[in-house]
Design a protein around this ligand. Sequence first.
Ligand code: ZN
Length: 285
Amino acid sequence: MPEIPEVEITTRRLGAALAGAAVESTLAPGMVAMKTVTPPLDSLVGQTIEGARRIGKMPVIEFAGADGRWDLLVHLMSAGRLQVFDKHASLKDRRSRVLIRLADGRELRLREFGTKQRAWAKLLGDGEVERDEMVATLGPEAWPAPPLEALAAAVDQPRHLHPLLRDQRAIAGIGRSWVDEILWEARMSPFRKGSELTSEEVERLYDGLAVLGAAIDHYEDVIGEQVPDKLPMPLKVHRREGEPCPRCGTTIEAVYFAEHQTNYCPAEQTGGRVLKDRRLSRLLK
Ligand SMILES: [Zn+2]
């Protein structure tokens, strides 16, 4: 699932590659991918791509032309990718969701891996992105980290930090991978409640958000012009159960949920306690 670091490097590379390119034609082979009908996707034909930006976990491609400006707001969901290719996609490629063909022969392609069609795009007029419900309801951006007071207010909810930090309405841009890294950096249990944090713990959480910037720096070093399908994510604890904690050597543990897992260092995050496996406790109820 692309989160802030992955989407940030994607929009940086797309912006650099696409700025100034003219749109020749458009196509939306993913029948349900376009969530807006007005203006139609073809109104981009003849327009020029100005750049790309990121809002939370969502990339935005910016277009401009004689008739005005448009933003293509994209949600990659868990398996979407937004990339530029030198050639047009085969029409048989079942992963294609939205294709923006460029006058220079290249193609901006929203693809999705797996069988589900969940990734989507919305073509919005100038200034409409900020009013879109997916954007207007977002909490403060997790990177760059919000001011300490804003972070304290964002997490002041009686919920466990693991779901709370992934709730885009509380704080924007964090998902299942980076939440584990942030909590490990902050030496905090995924099951600590946001409203119970002391001001010192909020400061630790604030410092923990720096992993997002460090990941972006890492991607800047290792990613070339084309963002690969699978990014080399510099994760230290997420999905590393059974491996030694890179800081203290204690074995990294996991708690499994129906569709995801959280990993943590028991010595540094849960006072030495190994947490119950949620799958087992649900079965035993
Ligand atoms: Zn540790």
